[in-house]
Design a protein. Structure first.
Length: 211
């Protein structure tokens, strides 16, 4: 990282996949809350590629089912642009672009991370497409990841495994860690996804930040 966070600030690390709908909802709420804090907090969104974890990428039809449940149960409008036909076959190049942003500074890395998720879920863009990545990279004067440019993604993945990352999104604040603290996720008796905003879990998470 090329920037030097304020000594009184804090850093939140998040291991997450770009195609994970829980991350799109949960990360948004965490960032919104952080923006209201007086204390400076950096958010470092690191790569946790589910296509490596599961040895296959998330299937769009399954994601659409989760999106429907989240939209109805949480009352959110965070997925209005999701396009079945523009689902990426891989997110590794996009995750490499996020890493390039963070290599410059925290603000650029976070901006790229958010913009990729917005492009996918709210604008119906294929974030695995090189032209889409080139446009986003150009907005931040970043190089477009080349095929095979996986070193930074691999480094995050390896470190996440060593730290016991259990899924996407998994947050770390110092020595404390939380899986998706903004949401209480579960399943009903029929195995259907259940979701609600977890105010207690989010409060416990922010207590570790000091806000």
């Amino acid at each position: 990282m090329s920037d030097n966070p304020d000594a009184d600030g804090a850093t939140v690390e998040v291991y997450a996949d770009i195609t994970c709908p829980f991350t799109h909802v949960g990360l948004k709420r965490v960032i919104e809350r952080i923006a209201e804090m007086e204390r400076p907090v950096d958010v470092y969104v690191r790569a946790w590629p589910l296509e490596w974890v599961n040895e296959t990428g998330l299937e769009v039809t399954a994601v659409e089912g989760k999106v429907k449940a989240l939209t109805e149960q949480l009352g959110v409008d965070d997925f209005f642009g999701l396009d079945h036909d523009q689902w990426p076959t891989s997110t590794i190049p996009a995750l490499a672009l996020v890493a390039a942003g963070y290599a410059r500074d925290m603000a650029t890395g976070l901006a790229v991370s958010i913009e990729l998720r917005t492009a996918l879920f709210e604008q119906g863009q294929n974030v695995g497409d090189r032209d889409v990545l080139a446009e986003l990279a150009g907005n931040h004067d970043l190089p477009v990841p080349e095929p095979g440019d996986t070193a930074a993604v691999q480094a995050d993945y390896d470190e996440g495994r060593s730290r016991g990352v259990s899924g996407s999104p998994h947050f770390f604040v110092g020595q404390a860690d939380f899986f998706c603290p903004a949401l209480d996720l579960g399943h009903d008796a029929d195995g259907n996804l259940t979701a609600r905003f977890d105010t207690e879990g989010l409060a416990a998470f922010f207590a570790n930040i000091g806000g």
